[in-house]
Ligand binder design. Structure first.
Ligand code: ADP
Ligand code: MG
Length: 396
């Protein structure tokens, strides 16, 4: 992908408009998880150290084009300033005279945060006039919010068309990791797709079976596939109306010589609850009251062996109900092995998705994998093979 490089940009005395994702979790006005603030630090430090004024653009919550005081981004300035160890000026509006006055007041290397871009209806509409008002504030545009790149909004797409545009350092790292996992992967490449429903991950499955050498399907969606293949799945959660679709995906995999790995044994219980009696059994031993809640040890071992034969792993969705032990066992066992291989350099392992990030943290391997994407919807759309407007707009 041809991107301009921030490293070679002329930054001294320039004003950089930087799109960040500061849509952080908050309780009683305090940030409860500052991961997203930390993600922006390398780019801010870099621009600041090169003598640019750094002007941060971000959205918070869903004010739907109106000024909603409870959705002001003002509360972020102080925690950000502490992390940066430098002052952060705050402007009451993201365009117009207020914004301009705050930016004019910055010294070279100074940092300002502008008010929630979604206070203006033009943001989500990607209104060209609003984008032009944003662009008027800076000399260049930097997008460091991969997690917002699946939206074609004025601050993620429109403004990028009006100024010289660059990926920020976190964005660049994420794009490189994703490209290494699915764009130009070292082969063989294996995928794991789990989670609850086939219906929410159809596009993803369709795209992956056309690109991967092997694909393991787990979680609740595996039940639908097992049902589609004629197995008795007892009282398991499944989308029985998706059976035809599941068979189509298996056909497409075959046509593309993508080997599909479905569970060969399962962990079942009568209820999806902590403390219930459970057992591991073969596919022919599931009774009417059984619910499949995890893949069995044989399935996990076979998947671990398959990963060991591959050079690249891409993972979205847990293999079982990992929130309720012991139904976390397959996910944790496979994650630990992926972590070990990635750490040793034998495997490129990239994982993403809301619950998947939680599962990798639960397994204690988030720091060992090559890359863990916290981008949520943007990560899934990228896995579906869709072009992300915020990334497209950065291409030189
Ligand atoms: P992500 O957020 O990473 O994209 P999903 O939301 O698709 O992942 O899936 C995660 C959810 O799938 C978890 O809450 C997990 O409990 C559920 N799940 C996994 N296996 C099963 C199963 N066998 N039956 C029901 N739910 C399951
Ligand atoms: Mg989820």
């Amino acid at each position: 992908m041809p991107f301009r490089s921030l490293e070679t940009a002329d930054l001294k005395g320039k004003t950089a408009l930087v799109r960040v994702d500061f849509n952080v979790p908050v309780e009683n006005g305090a940030v409860t998880d500052d991961t997203r603030l930390r993600a922006a630090l390398p780019t801010i430090h870099f621009l600041s150290s090169k003598g640019a004024k750094v002007v941060l653009l971000a959205h918070f919550d869903r004010p739907k084009g109106k000024r909603v005081p409870e959705m002001s981004l003002g509360f972020v300035a102080e925690p950000l300033s502490k992390l940066l160890e430098q002052p952060v000026a705050f402007a009451d509006d993201c365009v117009g005279a207020d914004a301009k006055a705050v930016i004019d007041g910055l010294e070279a290397g100074g940092v300002a945060l502008l008010e929630n871009v979604r206070f203006h209806a033009g943001e989500e509409k990607n209104d060209p006039e609003f984008a032009a008002q944003l662009a008027a504030l800076g000399d260049l545009y930097v997008n460091d919010a991969f997690s917002a790149a699946h939206r074609a909004h004025a601050s993620t797409e429109g403004v990028a068309r009006l100024l010289p545009a660059y990926p920020g350092l976190s964005m660049q790292r994420e794009l490189e990791a994703l490209d290494a996992a699915l764009g130009q992967p070292q082969r063989p490449v294996i995928g794991i797709v789990g989670g609850s429903k086939v219906s929410t991950k159809l596009d993803l499955l369709q795209n992956l079976v056309g690109k991967l050498d092997k694909l393991a399907i787990g979680g609740g969606m595996a039940n639908t596939f097992l049902f589609a293949q004629g197995h008795d799945i007892g009282a398991s959660f499944a989308e029985k109306d998706m059976a035809d679709t599941a068979r189509e995906i298996l056909e497409k995999a075959k046509a593309n010589t993508c080997e599909i790995l479905l569970p060969i044994d399962v962990v079942v219980a009568e209820k999806m609850e902590a403390g219930v009696a459970s057992r591991t059994c073969g596919l022919g031993e599931i009774t009417d009251v059984d619910r499949i809640l995890d893949a069995g040890t044989k399935s996990a071992d076979r998947l671990i062996a398959a990963i060991a034969q591959c050079k690249t792993l891409i993972w979205n969705g847990p293999l079982g109900v990992f929130e309720i032990p012991p139904f976390d066992a397959a996910t944790v066992a496979v994650a630990k092995e992926a972590g070990r291989l990635a750490k040793s350099g034998a495997l490129i392992a990239v994982a993403g998705g809301g619950d998947t990030v939680a599962a990798m943290n639960h397994a204690g391997v988030a720091g060992e994998l090559t890359f863990v994407s916290t981008a949520g919807g943007a990560f899934l759309e990228w896995m579906e093979g869709k072009a992300l407007p915020g990334v497209e707009a950065l291409q030189a």
